[in-house]
Every structure is written in C-alpha cells, then in structure tokens.
Design a binder for this molecule. Structure first.
Ligand code: 3SL
Length: 242
C-alpha cells in the first residue's frame, strides 16, 4: 500500500485516481455523514451546488427527503437542517435520504468521485475506516482533506494521520508523500488533546464564533461510531455492510 495525503481538493492530482479515496472533513461534513448513516438515514446524497440539490431532492416523495445545507458555517435558507452532526438523530433521519451541500466537504467528494472506491472518514468513525483498509489493502490510498476554500485545515490532516498511523508503524514504506508524514506527526502530537487543537484551528474558531462548541467537541470524539460511509454512485453514500 502507498498512502498519500492531499490537504485540499485543489491540491489533489487531476491526472490520476487512487484505488481507494478517503474524503475527510472532520469539521463537519464527514462527521455529519457518518452520524446520519449511523442513525439510520437511507443514504446521503452530496451536492456542491444548492440549486441542483433542490431540483434533485424535489423528485423524491417529501416524507423521504431531508435537505441539509451549509455555507460559511451557517444553515442555508430553505433547508431543513444545517451541517450539525448533532441534528442527525434517529428520530430526524431514520429512513430518509439526506441531501447535503456544504462549503468544502461536498466539493472534496466530487473531486475523487470517479475513484473505484470512495469512503468518508472522520475522527468519530476512524477505526472502522482503518479496519476496512486493513482488510481491502488498496494499492494506492488517497486521504483527501477538504480544507477551507482551498486553504489547509488542521483537523483534516490530524484525521489523515490518525487513519495512517497504524499502517506506517507496521511498514514505513507505505509513505507516498511528505504530507502524510506531517499528518502522522500532527496526530502523534495532539491525539490526547483534539478538542484543544480544534479550538486553535481556524475553522474551529469560526464554529465557536457561530456558537457550535458542542459540534466541535463531538467532532473530536474518536472511534465512537462503527459506520463506514461508502459511495455507490457518484455523490451517493450508504452504510457499508460486508
Ligand atoms: O465546508 C464544509 O464542508 C463544512 O463541513 C463546513 S461547516 O463545518 O459546516 O461549517
């Protein structure tokens, strides 16, 4: 296995694809996706464009549809939910399709959607992602951070490091680029203080400014969900079952 970490969709190569891509947006899109599927959502369908989301979601029976939209951290008008994972409780999402658009996470998904296998990772489901990768052993693995509008995000890199650490410890030859070494070092330094790290991170500060401390603390929880979101067709994620 060779593991590559790309900090943002913009820095992700456009001339090749990996055997497996893990899209990471710890604050908060991939934490929300894992939480919604774990709580019984039928699927999450991701869109980078809000108008397209409205158009496609209108074709399903209304009782099956939940629209979740975020821009700049805030809920998009006309949507049922914003992007808070804590809103994705069983009573809200069970049996429904979550139509989701966010500033960065859904763009990162779109960037690698043609890869043969696309899954999403966050701290909440990190171990489930690791277990899947251990079993499948993809030859090339990309850990794609979502960043913030093209810029680096600390929380996505720390999660990439958390996913890659055990593979690196078993065989340092898995390293595919410098970014993954940096991500592993970041996780080793901060693993027991993720909340404090997220408080320092620029998007963490943005969320705190929007009164989202509970979200930030939830997104820092590690290995609490045994759920693997996997793409079945471009933009559509379901709970993987082996
Ligand atoms: O950019 C994204 O995809 C979002 O996760 C950002 S936010 O945490 O909802 O503000």
């Amino acid at each position: 296995m060779k593991i590559f970490h790309y900090h943002t969709p913009e820095l992700t190569p456009t001339d090749s694809l990996p055997d497996c891509a893990v899209v990471i947006d710890v604050l908060r899109a991939t934490t929300t996706i894992a939480t919604a599927l774990n709580a019984g959502a039928e699927a999450v369908q991701a869109f980078s464009d809000i108008d397209k989301l409205m158009q496609v979601s209108a074709s399903l029976p209304p009782e099956k549809v939940l629209r979740a939209g975020e821009r700049g951290g805030a809920k998009v008008e006309g949507c049922d939910l914003g992007n808070s994972p804590l809103d994705c409780t069983q009573d809200v999402v069970q049996g429904k399709r979550l139509f989701l658009t966010t500033t960065n996470g859904t763009r990162a998904l779109q960037r690698v959607e043609k890869s043969p296998v696309v899954i999403t990772g966050a701290m909440v489901n990190r171990q489930t992602v690791v277990d899947y990768l251990q079993e499948k052993q993809p030859e090339t693995l990309w850990l794609v951070g979502s960043g913030w509008q093209g810029a680096y995000s600390l929380e996505d890199s720390v999660c990439a490091g958390a996913i890659a650490l055990s593979f690196f410890q078993a065989d340092p030859a898995v390293v595919g680029n410098d970014e993954i070494i940096g991500a592993i070092a970041l996780y080793q330094q901060w693993q027991s203080q993720l909340v404090q790290m997220f408080e320092l991170a620029s998007h963490g500060k943005r969320l705190l400014g929007l009164d989202c401390r509970e979200d930030l603390e939830y997104c820092a929880k590690t290995d609490i969900l045994d759920v693997l979101p996997i793409q079945t067709e471009p933009g559509i994620l379901v709970k993987f079952s082996s």
